[in-house]
Design a binder for this molecule. Structure first.
Ligand code: B16
Ligand code: MG
Length: 215
């Protein structure tokens, strides 16, 4: 495969915002009297806001009106925004900047494919917004991961055919989305969990350009 673009997921790949999503969902779940643990939060990685809320409601055997769902999502998001307000470039995972620099030197494009509606804000705070050749996020797509839409949008925004793209993801739903988009998938995390990925690394710092080009 000749790699012309690498498309990164945000939460869990470039930075750790999952913990803030957890705090905000946990506060809401507590208010609703629904038990919600860090283990539960693992299931929500890469899952969009409505999907996450419905997962929690289902755990508590609750069904709410669309208006109530909208209110709770708004409440969770306001809390999440408060929690991530202090994010700085120090919150970028080690290894991201060197990898981006290597990709740029090789003429390989850099894309973002995030299920978060707050992706633009987060990459701005991390100080990497201008390094992306294209950013695709939840504001632009109708179908969330594992649907391939956000990765296909990123590829088309980059002007690179999917078969020349590599996607990097920490979530099972994201790996499925990359595979369904016809791209090569790199997983970040546990190889046993991310079994659909072509290759799994513990973190971004262990990915090298040489490894990517071998895929
Ligand atoms: P928001 P990613 C995802 O981002 C998170 O992994 C997931 O936990 C979160 O629920 C989702 O974004 C929606 O986030 O409420 O900010 O729109 O991993 O695809 O970058
Ligand atoms: Mg993620």
């Amino acid at each position: 495969m000749s790699c012309r673009a690498v498309i990164f997921d945000l939460d869990g790949v470039l930075t750790d915002t999952a913990i803030y999503h957890f705090y905000a969902w946990k506060a809401l779940a507590d208010e609703l009297g629904i038990a919600f643990t860090e283990h539960d939060n693992e299931q929500l990685k890469g899952v969009d806001r409505l999907g996450s809320l419905r997962w929690i409601l289902q755990k508590g055997d609750l069904t709410l009106s669309t208006a109530d769902e909208a209110r709770l999502m708004q409440q969770k998001n306001a809390h999440y925004l408060e929690l991530i307000d202090h994010i700085t470039p120090d919150n970028l995972y080690p290894g991201v900047q060197p990898l981006f620099a290597e990709l740029k030197r090789s003429g390989i494009k850099i894309g973002l494919a995030s299920a978060s509606k707050n992706a633009a804000f987060v990459v701005e705070r991390l100080g990497i917004a201008t390094q992306f050749d294209y950013i695709a996020d939840a504001n632009q797509v109708t179908n969330s991961k594992p649907d391939p839409e956000v990765f296909l949008l990123a590829a088309s925004g980059l002007g690179v055919a999917p078969q020349h793209c590599i996607g990097v993801e920490d979530a099972l739903a994201g790996i499925e989305a990359i595979n369904r988009a016809g791209m090569k998938a790199i997983g970040i995390g546990d190889a046993k969990v991310l079994s659909g990925a072509s290759k799994v690394y513990p973190d971004v710092a262990t990915i090298t350009l040489t490894n990517l080009l071998k895929l």
